[in-house]
Every structure is written in structure tokens, then in C-alpha cells.
Design a binder for this molecule. Structure first.
Ligand code: SF4
Length: 415
């Protein structure tokens, strides 16, 4: 059995570890490129969300590289993710590929199916051994996430450009080489110490930006034009609303994000009190929690036609007005260009800087919000104008589908 899977951030390292424990050959698809995108767009449904297209491209490239088995995570809806595995299989079969396909359904929703699939893939390992193997590879995933999280917190302070990225890559190699539980924990400590040793200038007054939205767009740097690196190099402290091991983990504790799922749901409840699929509800909750951590703004990443995030996008203006926090909404599809995204991020950072400056000049008792944008100006800013009449660069209409900007993402900048 030669297994291939879609790519998504560090998930390939977790699967690599599991395949090694189960003595399965893992054919890692080549990193996402324009070619992957082209394959997905060519063979995927036109109106499908971007992750489906890219994952189809990954699987084609994996099969072309010699894999004979595809493995995909399942889902129970209500968004389209639950159909991904079946759609991928049918599309690949129609293209003439001969392969076996396995879907790992969420254990909480289909426990028997989950256990049977894992047992089959585990290549003769006992249930107990297979469980231990899964535990070890998740632990590795957590270590990788912690390295990435600390890398994002370090990049904005690094004295020498690229030090945080070098420490991250070295840490990844150390963790990937670890095998036993103790080795993984020791590798995590060593990697985090490497990151901590990066020379930093802590006197910098950095902006803090949280990334919220659809998990695939947050976790896969190809789709978000490496937004973390881009912001970090501009002296912005970045944190994610979603980490790989939090997302694929079976519990609700979110150890990397640091907040239990119940707290996120509770934070979202005044604005959205039920699950709408994907990360729609948690995007709202995490926005509230980022505000509590004193973040300056959030960037909302969503694929074009993403159902849960379109719901979140309609609610976010109310949340952000209540919380007095600006946000930039980036809707991404295969037409989205890097230059367009980076231009909008620049405009957003200018807005955040401006609020900071005005906040500092504000008389005691007035909030930075009051200085940057009085409540009755809100509708004006939504329409893409600052209070003094200047263009924020948004040019956005309130309707999601009407906000498309030629050559760039559909976006809104709000303050
Ligand atoms: S969360 Fe959105 S982008 Fe992701 S699978 Fe669901 S509909 Fe598609």
C-alpha cells in the first residue's frame, strides 16, 4: 500500500510519522504550486471551494508519483467538507486512476467506521498499539504547532531577518526525527529553546493581528500567500485562530490555541449561538478572545463560496463594532493574486498604525476607537471611506458577492 493524502500545513509530517509506525509507504505530493491549482481547477467543480480544488490537485500529483491509495478525513456537514472524500474519489476514478480510497470519519460521529478504517490502515497493529501510534503522531503535531506559534511570536522581534524561520525549520527537523514519547517531548523542548535563543529587540512596539476564518486557508501557506511570514517581517505579532493539531485532535481542549472549545462557543454566543459548519462559529468566538488578549485587529480568511465563513462574514461587522476592533476580510479563490493581497494587508496595517497613533494622542478617558472612528461613522467606513473622506483601499460593498476587486481578493477593511 502506497498512501497519498492532500497537503495542509504541517499535516504531512503527522501522516509521515503515522505511516512510518504502520510500515506504510507515504508518497508525499509535491508542495502546492500553480500546477496543483491548475489541476484542481481543471478537474474540480467550478463553483467548489478552493480547498477542494487544491486537494484534488494534490491527490492527482500523489497518484502520478506512484501512490495506489488515497486517505482523506471525512466530516458530517453541514458544509461541503463532508463530501470531499467521495467527490475526490469519483473525480479521480473518472480520470481513469486505479486506486483504493479510505476516509477517516470523525470518531465522535462514526466511531465504528473510524476504528475499522484505522485498524485496516494500521497494518496488523493491535488496537492498543494503533491507539498509541495515533497518540504519538498527534503529540508530534502539537510540538510542530508550538514551534510555529512561537515562530510567529518571535518573527516580529527578530534582529536578523530570517532567524525565526531558520529556528522553525531546524525545530521541525528535530521533532520529525524523534520517535518515542520522551524523545518527542525532548525534541519539542530543544526546538522551543532554539526559537527562544533567537536574538530579539523587545523594545519594538509591535501590532498584534489574529488570523481567523476557514481552517485550510489559515493552515496552508500557499493559499494565504504566507500571510504569517509577510506580517511578521513587517513587525506584526501574529497568532492563529486554528492550529493543525487542535483541528484534527479528537478532544475540544485546543491546547495550542489555549482555550477550550466551550469557551470559544460561549464567547461567540451573543452573536451566533449555534454551529454553522466549518469554523464559522469559532471565527466569531476567537475574534472576541483575540480582543480580550488586546489584539489590534483580525484578518478573516475565507475561500470564495465557503458556506460557514460567509455566515461569519455577515456577523463580524457587528462583533467588531461592539469590540472596537478593525478587521480585514480576504475572500480567496484561484483568481486571487499575491500582489492584491499584500496591497490590502499594507492598507490594513496603515489603518492599525493610524489608530495606535491617534490612541496615543487621545485625551485620558477617550478610547483609541473614539479617536479613530466614532460609532456614528461606522456605516461610512463599511462603505470603504475613512472619517476624513480618505479611501481605506477597501472600496467594498456590504454584499459579499459584490465585493470582487479585479486582480485581487474580495475584501473589506473596517475600523
Ligand atoms: S469550511 Fe468552507 S471552504 Fe472549507 S470545506 Fe467547508 S465550505 Fe468549503
Amino acid at each position: 500500500m502506497k498512501i497519498t493524502t492532500p497537503l495542509m500545513g504541517t499535516v504531512q509530517y503527522i501522516i509521515e510519522d503515522l505511516c512510518a509506525r504502520w510500515d506504510r509507504e507515504y508518497i508525499v505530493p509535491p508542495p502546492n504550486t500553480a500546477k496543483t491549482m491548475k489541476l484542481g481547477v481543471q478537474h474540480g467543480p467550478e463553483t467548489a471551494c478552493l480547498p477542494l480544488k487544491l486537494t484534488i490537485g494534490n491527490l492527482i500529483q500523489g497518484l502520478e508519483a506512484g501512490a495506489d491509495t488515497t486517505v482523506m478525513i471525512g466530516g458530517g456537514g453541514p458544509c461541503r467538507f463532508g463530501y470531499y472524500a467521495d467527490l475526490q474519489r469519483r473525480i479521480l476514478e473518472n480520470l481513469g486512476y486505479e486506486f483504493e480510497s479510505y476516509t477517516i470519519e470523525p470518531p465522535g460521529q462514526r466511531p465504528v467506521h473510524f476504528v475499522k478504517t484505522v485498524k485496516h490502515l494500521a497494518n496488523g497493529r493491535s488496537y492498543r498499539q494503533a491507539y498509541q501510534d495515533v497518540k504519538h503522531c498527534f503529540r508530534k503535531g502539537q510540538a510542530l504547532d508550538r514551534i510555529e506559534r512561537d515562530g510567529n511570536a518571535t518573527r516580529c522581534y527578530e534582529v536578523t531577518r530570517g532567524d525565526a524561520d531558520r529556528a522553525r525549520d531546524e525545530g521541525f527537523d528535530i521533532v520529525r526525527a524523534a520517535w518515542t514519547w520522551d524523545e518527542i517531548e525532548a525534541a519539542e523542548r530543544e526546538s522551543l529553546a532554539l526559537m527562544a535563543a533567537v536574538e530579539k529587540d523587545m523594545s519594538r512596539d509591535v501590532l498584534k493581528v489574529g488570523l481567523i476564518g476557514e481552517f485550510y486557508l489559515i493552515l496552508e501557506p500557499f493559499t494565504n500567500f504566507d500571510i504569517e511570514g509577510y506580517l511578521g517581517e513587517r513587525g506584526v505579532y501574529v497568532d492563529r485562530g486554528t492550529y493543525t493539531s487542535d483541528w484534527i485532535g479528537v478532544g475540544d481542549s485546543n491546547p495550542i490555541f489555549g482555550t477550550h472549545e466551550d469557551e470559544i462557543v460561549e464567547a461567540a454566543a451573543p452573536y451566533l449561538d449555534h454551529w454553522v459548519g466549518g469554523d464559522g462559529q469559532v471565527a466569531i468566538g476567537r475574534t472576541v478572545l483575540f480582543k480580550e488578549r488586546d489584539f489590534d485587529g483580525v484578518v478573516h480568511l475565507l475561500p470564495f463560496t465557503c458556506m460557514p465563513e460567509i455566515i461569519a462574514k455577515q456577523i463580524l461587522p457587528v462583533v467588531l463594532r461592539d469590540k472596537d476592533m478593525p478587521y480585514l476580510s480576504l475572500v480567496v479563490d484561484e483568481q486571487t493574486g499575491k500582489a492584491g493581497v499584500h496591497t490590502r494587508l499594507e492598507a490594513f496595517l496603515d489603518l492599525l498604525e493610524s489608530r495606535r497613533r491617534q490612541g496615543r494622542l487621545t485625551a485620558p478617558g477617550r478610547t483609541p476607537r473614539a479617536a479613530a472612528c466614532a460609532p456614528d461613522d461606522f456605516e461610512e467606513v463599511v462603505a470603504g471611506e475613512t472619517r476624513d473622506g480618505g479611501d481605506t483601499g477597501a472600496g467594498a460593498e456590504p454584499d459579499d458577492e459584490d465585493t470582487r476587486t479585479s486582480g485581487g481578493p474580495r475584501e473589506r477593511i473596517e475600523a
